[in-house]
Ligand binder design. Structure first.
Ligand code: AP5
Length: 214
């Protein structure tokens, strides 16, 4: 099962993608997590990506596409994968389709987690992320057991640099200009499904499982 998670920054793509990956035993591939892991490891890619991420802009397609194509060609992706944060532009979507079509495959579902902009800024200011293992929390809806400490790996959890309100506003603008057109792109391919991302997380997941099948 090959799934794309669509939605605005903070819509809950990552939260749902992790649960989908667990339930269906497929890898969760988040381009944002890959860039953050590179930044932590001090690679050139991480440094370059940070320049864009800190401004709320997209990392250029030429830095993004090859790394995803390489990741999905690995053995653990044979039975499918869930993409979180990719594609984010029409050229990225076309590159993905072209790479899959070369091996006679195509995406199965594009799931749009729909949340209006006004809900997003609140969510993002409450999000706390573990920069070590990628776990995410929310100070109200999913607090850590010990304040400021990741339940999973014990590292500190922080407000991401790009979750500052001004940067979130820019990310939303970029989302509407560059990523939202993918909704029509996948509608035309007849693989678009939409879920109401303003519902509690477990209800959103239930709606997704109804789409994907138990
Ligand atoms: P990325 O890390 O992908 O960020 P994003 O898409 O902006 O998405 P987020 O991770 O911020 O949010 P999410 O939708 O996963 O929400 P989450 O589940 O955490 O990308 C970061 C940057 O990297 C980009 O800005 C760009 O610069 C670059 N980048 C990445 N991919 C790229 C690409 N393909 N091309 C170019 N550049 C790229 O939830 C958010 C919060 O809400 C959490 O606290 C969560 O607990 C809470 N929450 C979730 N669901 C609910 C719910 N139902 N009710 C209440 N709270 C909820």
């Amino acid at each position: 099962m090959k799934i794309i998670m669509l939605g605005a920054p903070g819509a809950g793509k990552g939260t749902q993608a992790k649960q989908i990956a667990d339930k269906y035993s497929i890898p969760h591939i988040s381009t944002g997590d890959i860039f953050r892991a590179n930044l932590k490891a001090g690679t050139d890619l991480g440094r370059k990506a940070k320049e864009y991420m800190d401004q709320g802009l997209l990392v250029p397609d030429e830095l993004t596409c090859d790394l995803v194509m390489d990741r999905i060609s690995q053995d653990d992706c044979k039975n499918g994968f869930v993409l979180d944060g990719f594609p984010r532009t029409i050229p990225q979507a076309e590159a993905l389709d072209a790479a899959l079509s070369k091996i006679g495959q195509k995406m199965d579902y594009a799931i749009d987690v729909d949340v209006p902009d006004e809900n997003i800024i609140n969510r993002m200011s409450g999000r706390r992320a573990c920069l070590n293992c990628g776990a995410t929390y929310h100070i109200v809806s999913i607090p850590t057991k010990v304040e400021g400490v990741c339940d999973r790996c014990g590292s500190p959890v922080v407000l991401r640099d790009d979750d500052q309100p001004e940067t979130v506003k820019k990310r939303l603008e970029v989302y509407h200009a560059q990523t939202q057109p993918l909704i029509d792109y996948y509608k035309e391919q007849d693989i678009l499904k939409s879920v109401d991302g303003t519902q509690p997380m477990e209800n959103v997941f239930h709606a997704i499982v109804e789409i994907l099948g138990a």
